[in-house]
Design a protein around this ligand. Structure first.
Ligand SMILES: [Zn+2]
Length: 309
């Protein structure tokens, strides 16, 4: 079984300021741990292409895409919201991140690989239809899902979001879209304070209280995610892979450990093998404690690639 690793050097040049937690070193931390763990040689590396306006416009109004292109600075920094900024390299990075989502989906659905992980930034799951927020500009997992539906003719795609923050942008884009089931866990109450007030029927949201850890994660997945996914029978699984629920990550207050990321990936993989031919695409979202991020991502990627622990 082949597994792809999709990234691009342009994603390292996006910079939102010296003390911003969403920084280029995050991608280096993942690469370092892939090498240290011996996983790297088992992955087929691909360079992320630029997403096209047509691919982005399946998710965002074309006016929004054009506005992002127009506001991109030639020098200095432009803020899109208090947490989200563009430097002269951000537009290119954001187009690569969304383009990675498209390439990974193509590779998996054309059977060139069985699974793919995209080490890209900026992340995407807070990006709403027409609004950048929370470090996110284009919704990368949504671009992947709509590409699978529109360009490959799939009818059912599942999005699995284990980032510590609720993927409000993904919910905004897919609420009441019967072709997409979103299963998520997130700390609540916590930024962006969404996901709990009458979510749409295709949203399997499991809010977790601050301090929740391995036990609560595993109960949520077993009791809520897996039965809903089993009934939905996805033809492709896409991960919003954020690693900021790790106990060492002080962005939030959940207490997951490295092995939890392997466990949750195993559970979803078994389901994907039953219904989706094992096809899985994963896109990096959060994760700000560099060592924990690298180790946790390796746990996730190792399972995607079918390598034993
Ligand atoms: Zn997050």
């Amino acid at each position: 079984m082949r597994s792809a690793f999709v990234t691009h050097a342009d994603c390292l040049r996006h910079d939102m300021g010296a003390h911003h937690p969403e920084r280029a070193q995050r991608l280096a931390a993942i690469e370092d741990q892939l090498i240290a763990s011996g996983v790297a040689p088992h992955l087929a590396r691909y360079e992320a292409p630029l997403a096209s306006d047509e691919q982005l416009a399946r998710v965002h109004p074309i006016e929004y895409v054009r506005a992002i292109r127009e506001v991109a600075p030639e020098e200095g920094t432009v803020h899109l919201d208090p947490d989200t900024a563009m430097n002269p390299f951000t537009l290119q990075a954001a187009l690569r991140a969304a383009g990675a989502a498209v390439l990974a989906t193509d590779l998996v659905l054309k059977k060139e690989v069985n699974t793919a992980f995209c080490a890209v930034r900026p992340p995407g799951h807070h990006a709403c239809r027409a609004r950048a927020m929370g470090f996110c500009i284009f919704n990368n997992v949504a671009v992947a899902a709509r590409h699978a539906l529109a360009a490959h003719g799939l009818e059912r795609v599942a999005i699995i979001d284990f980032d510590v923050h609720h993927g409000n942008g993904t919910e905004d884009i897919f609420e009441d879209d019967a072709q997409v089931l979103m299963a998520s866990i997130f700390q609540h109450p916590f930024y962006p304070y969404s996901g709990t007030d009458s979510p749409a029927p295709n949203m399997v949201n499991v809010p977790l209280a601050a301090g929740s850890g391995t036990r609560e994660l595993r109960a949520a997945v077993t009791k809520h995610w897996l039965p809903a996914l089993e009934e939905f029978k996805p033809q492709l699984v896409i991960f919003s892979a954020g690693f900021d629920a790790h106990a060492e990550d002080d962005m939030a207050m959940l207490r997951f450990v490295d092995a939890d990321y392997g466990w949750v990936t195993e559970q979803v993989k078994a389901l994907a093998e039953r219904h989706a031919g094992g096809r899985m695409v994963s896109l990096l979202e959060g994760g700000y404690a560099l060592s924990a991020l690298g180790r946790s991502a390796v746990q996730h990627i190792r399972v995607l690639a079918g390598l034993n622990a």
